[in-house]
Design a protein around this ligand. Structure first.
Ligand code: GAR
Length: 219
């Protein structure tokens, strides 16, 4: 039976679309059952609907606080019984009890070579540090922000003339390759997080897998 994937977004949704397309074209044996946004009217919602995916808006209302938001988000997720929850440009920080409920089932993509540059403005940080390489990381979500075990990273070159936008575009192109791949592994049972460690194909994953895109400098 196809595994059920729920994707949480806050904006453009290009990673969501990459995951949904990989499900639709059969490259991964899973289906995206719902796309949930904390913001109404974002482009990712239109893209999801165009792909024939059900969408929900669970609005973030600062006056009501995180508990109320997480209650509503939890209800939406319970109703849809996802096997995998993918955070894809979802810009809300989730509480420890909420995250723990989905331990081992919730993944995130972060635009840096973690543990470098947690949080925001990762491309700016890589340029400011004159890094020669940069990338993205797919990791299991834990209570600590951007700190869960990393499964797969993409490595891209940083070029001398790069602007933040150039670097962001180059990294994003690789996100669209590595994120669907990891979701496919989790959905098919090849990947798991148990007994305190990440396992891939029956073996402990001691260090993150890495895919090298440094030769691809077109974007
Ligand atoms: C992606 O580049 C993702 O890595 C980043 O937001 C972008 C969302 O783009 N996520 C974070 O910064 C989370 N800390 P998308 O909406 O087009 O997928």
């Amino acid at each position: 039976m196809k595994r059920r994937v729920a994707i949480l977004i806050s904006g453009r949704g290009s990673n969501m679309a990459a995951i949904a397309r990989a499900c639709l074209d059969g490259s991964i044996n899973a289906g995206v059952n719902v796309v949930i946004s904390d913001r109404p009217g974002v482009p990712g919602l239109t893209t999801a609907r165009d792909l024939g995916i059900e969408t929900r808006i669970v609005p973030w209302q600062s006056a009501r606080g995180r508990q109320a938001f997480e209650r509503a988000l939890g209800e939406a997720l319970e109703a849809l019984r996802p096997d995998v929850i993918a955070l894809a440009g979802f810009m809300r920080i989730l509480s420890a009890p909420f995250v723990e409920r989905y331990a081992g089932r919730m993944l995130n993509i972060h635009p840096s070579l973690l543990p470098k540059y947690r949080g925001l403005h990762t491309h700016r940080c890589a340029l400011a540090a004159a890094d020669l390489e940069h990338g993205a990381s797919v990791h299991f979500v834990t209570a600590e922000l951007d700190a869960g075990p990393v499964v797969l990273q993409s490595r891209v070159a940083v070029l001398p003339q790069d602007t933040e936008a150039d670097l962001s575009a180059r990294v994003q192109a690789t996100e669209h390759i590595i994120y669907p791949k990891v979701i496919g592994w989790l959905a098919s049972g090849r990947l798991g997080w148990r007994e305190g460690g990440v396992w891939l194909d029956g073996r402990p994953l001691e260090t993150p897998m890495r895919e090298d895109f440094r030769a691809n400098v077109a974007t």
